[in-house]
Design a protein around this ligand. Structure first.
Ligand code: SF4
Length: 223
């Protein structure tokens, strides 16, 4: 297992304001800089990852690092891949504790969204860094729970790839397959010439994190 402590991801007020649909002069916009500074002081973005090899593939599953992962979408996308990178990333528990202690619902919402943005940017950073390090022009990501095809229950086999070593950075999986601290994410980064994104297969209509439009025919191909 490899550990990266303090991923170099910074918070940009303009990007956060756009995601929160905040314009200058609107209620809440004046508070934003304070909330960003508060978030910066509480976030400790860390990740663990493995370098794993793809093994046996069946119609609905694929072996990664000797562990069977059940997902047709993952199996299709790892068709030609040999080396992949399972990871778990967290911002740590401090931001959540601070948000819970604040009685201001608007600030709590901002902190929640900032945490989501930091995790997204963290995954993008890790993807770029690993791609450069291992000579892949592009790595794509799939996370358990992002699609029906790869449900949250698959956190269990994904975590098993780390053999309990993820506890080094305080990560744990609950009986309901949620990661603690809550503001954490897991997934597999894999080489993809076409550039896979789960959003193209996800019909959810209102998602502030959507990175690509839903593609109905591609989703049907992956049924
Ligand atoms: S649209 Fe939203 S929920 Fe669906 S895969 Fe993309 S980020 Fe996840």
């Amino acid at each position: 297992m490899e550990l990266i402590d303090r991923l170099p991801v910074s918070l940009e007020a303009g990007e956060i304001a756009r995601r929160l649909r905040l314009r200058a002069g609107r209620p809440g916009s004046a508070q934003l800089q304070d909330v960003i500074e508060l978030a910066e002081s509480k976030i400790h973005l860390r990740a663990v990852y493995e370098i794993s090899y793809v093994g046996t593939k069946n119609a609905e599953s694929v072996e990664v690092g000797g562990v069977v992962l059940r997902s047709r979408v993952l199996r299709r996308n790892l068709g030609r891949a040999q080396k992949v990178f399972p990871y778990i990333m967290t911002i740590g528990p401090e931001l959540e504790k601070t948000a819970a202690s604040i009685g201001d619902l608007l600030k709590q919402y901002y902190l929640e969204e900032i945490a989501n943005i930091v995790l997204e940017r963290g995954v993008a950073w890790l993807s770029g860094w690993l791609g450069e390090r291992w000579g892949f022009p592009g790595l794509s990501n799939l996370s358990p729970g992002s699609l029906e095809d790869w449900p949250l229950t698959e956190q269990r086999p994904l975590f098993s790839l780390f053999g309990g070593k993820e506890k080094v950075i305080g990560l744990a999986l609950t009986d309901r397959f949620l990661i603690l601290p809550r503001k954490s994410v897991s997934g597999i980064l894999f080489p993809s010439e076409e550039g896979f994104t789960a959003c193209r297969l996800c019909p959810r209509e209102t998602c502030p994190s959507r990175s690509a439009p839903y593609d109905e025919s591609l989703a049907a191909e992956n049924q």
